[in-house]
Design a protein around this ligand. Sequence first.
Ligand SMILES: Nc1ccn([C@@H]2O[C@H](COP(=O)(O)OP(=O)(O)OP(=O)(O)O)[C@@H](O)[C@H]2O)c(=O)n1
Ligand SMILES: C[C@](O)(CO)[C@H](O)COP(=O)(O)O
Length: 234
Amino acid sequence: MAGFWCVVPAAGRGMRVGGDRPKQYLPLAGRPLIEHTLERLAAHSRVAGLLVVLAADDPLWPGHVQLRGKPVRTVAGGAERSDSVLAGLDALPAEVAAGDFVLVHDAARPCVRHADIDRLLDLAGAADGGLLGAPLRDTLKRADARGRSVATEPREARWRAFTPQMFRRGPLAAALREAARRGLAPSDEAMAMELAGHAPLLVEGAEDNLKVTTAADFALAEFLLAKTAGGAHG
Ligand SMILES: Nc1ccn([C@@H]2O[C@H](COP(=O)(O)OP(=O)(O)OP(=O)(O)O)[C@@H](O)[C@H]2O)c(=O)n1
Ligand SMILES: C[C@](O)(CO)[C@H](O)COP(=O)(O)O
């Protein structure tokens, strides 16, 4: 299989932004946020196609289209992000074998750098799966219910998890199905794989791989989009 398919979870409601529509459809630099992410992914030479996972009632995105010559397919997601990712995996074309690596990248992360995607593909591909992330660089506090710091948590060996994350289609789908069977909703694909006994490789990526989560993130994302324009900047 030439290139890697990418599942793009985009079925969230963006509640923490509080907009009049899900955040992935809100304007960023004059275009819906999701378009920047899909463009960024489709522009990567090693991405073969995109499987965009939408909320079942989302009329806001066309069905089967092409983007930069890459196939873009859509499927309905689920209540949890992990349900959406599993729906995306199950909807991948038959050409994607169970042993093939697939990427999973949040629609809410439009600024991902192509150089980081390359590093993930190369390093995690040799390690049977992994994820982009960055070591914690700030002191970590535990807060009580009144917002007071009651403890300083260990920072050593703590990383922030980003996306893309990259795993083989079959094992990832099996891990997500098993987690769901146990009533669990892993916050990311790496957690599902950890629960299944794997130890995904952490691949350090740029800290500007911002996940747009609150309204304030849109201004920062616009700045970072320009800074990493074209996605090619390492
Ligand atoms: N059931 C869900 C929940 C989230 N996502 C996607 O997972 C990504 C990361 O999730 P998050 O940033 O938490 O987005 P939302 O769930 O939309 O945000 P909120 O928790 O504020 O509602 C987003 O692209 C979101 O669309 C999804 O596909 N299916
Ligand atoms: C998958 C993820 O982007 C890793 O940091 C993150 O967990 C998704 O955001 P959510 O708020 O946890 O859904």
